[in-house]
Each structure stands twice: as structure tokens, then as C-alpha cells.
Design a protein around this ligand. Structure first.
Ligand code: DGP
Length: 120
């Protein structure tokens, strides 16, 4: 599958669609989710064109991977969710209901987040 350069996060990265940015560096952009599922719900994305975790983990540089992981930790600290707790989540593909085909990590916090997965 080829990267779709018109996906919504690619358009956000190009500045074509506004976003509520909470963090940015050379490799990473983070912004608030448009449909928050917790009082704090932030999306952390690489600036590079990666479809999902599978693509990112195989094809991103060590610097890009390190930047994203460091950013997630740093953003969580800045959001003030370290003490109360937070959840990170990345959906890959159909079974996980990945909606946007640009790799992203969700950060949820500021409420009890319940069980890890809904049971069948
Ligand atoms: P996922 O199912 O993991 O692909 O989650 C995609 C998330 O992206 C979903 O929680 C809603 C969010 N989202 C979709 N479109 C936009 C947008 O235009 N702006 C922002 N900030 N978030 C968006």
C-alpha cells in the first residue's frame, strides 16, 4: 500500500487544515484530537510520510523513532498526566479500526480510562 499524501494528517502537516498544536520539533507534530475521547486526547505524529506502525517501525530512521518516543514522554509530562496516569495507543490496520493512514500515537488522560480493551 502506498502512502496517501492527501490523508488528513498530511494536510495538517502542510498547513492546509488548522490544528490545535501542543508540541512540534524537527520530526514530530502533536495536536489535540478533533473528537476527544478523554479530557486530554492528543495525537502525536511523525512529520515523515509513514502509513502506520508497521511502516514507521521498518522505514523510519533511528532519529525519527527516537524523536517520536521522546516526544510522547515529554508531551505527557507537559500535559500533566504523569502522576494521574495516561494511556498511549496506536491503531494499525483494519482490525484496529485505523481511520487515518498516517502513523499516529494517541495519548489519553485526565480521567480513569477503564479496561485496556472492550471484551467481546
Ligand atoms: P485512528 O482511528 O487511530 O486512525 O484515529 C484517528 C483520529 O484522528 C480520531 O481520533 C479522530 C482524529 N481526527 C480525524 N480527523 C481529524 C482532524 O482533521 N483534526 C484532528 N485534530 N483530529 C482528527
Amino acid at each position: 500500500m502506498a502512502y496517501d499524501s492527501n490523508n488528513i494528517f498530511a494536510r495538517i502537516l502542510r498547513g492546509e487544515i488548522p490544528n490545535d498544536t501542543v508540541y512540534e520539533d524537527d520530526h514530530v507534530l502533536a495536536f489535540r484530537d478533533i473528537n476527544p475521547q478523554a479530557p486530554t486526547h492528543v495525537l502525536v505524529i511523525p512529520k515523515g510520510a509513514f502509513i502506520s506502525m508497521d511502516d514507521f517501525s521498518q522505514n523510519a530512521s533511528d532519529a525519527e523513532i527516537a524523536a517520536l518516543v521522546r516526544a510522547v514522554g515529554s508531551i505527557a509530562r507537559d500535559l500533566g498526566v504523569v502522576q494521574s496516569g495516561y494511556r498511549i495507543l496506536a491503531n494499525h490496520g483494519r482490525d484496529a479500526n485505523q481511520e487515518v493512514p498516517h502513523f499516529h500515537v494517541h495519548i489519553f488522560g485526565h480521567r480513569p480510562l477503564g479496561p485496556m480493551l472492550q471484551r467481546e
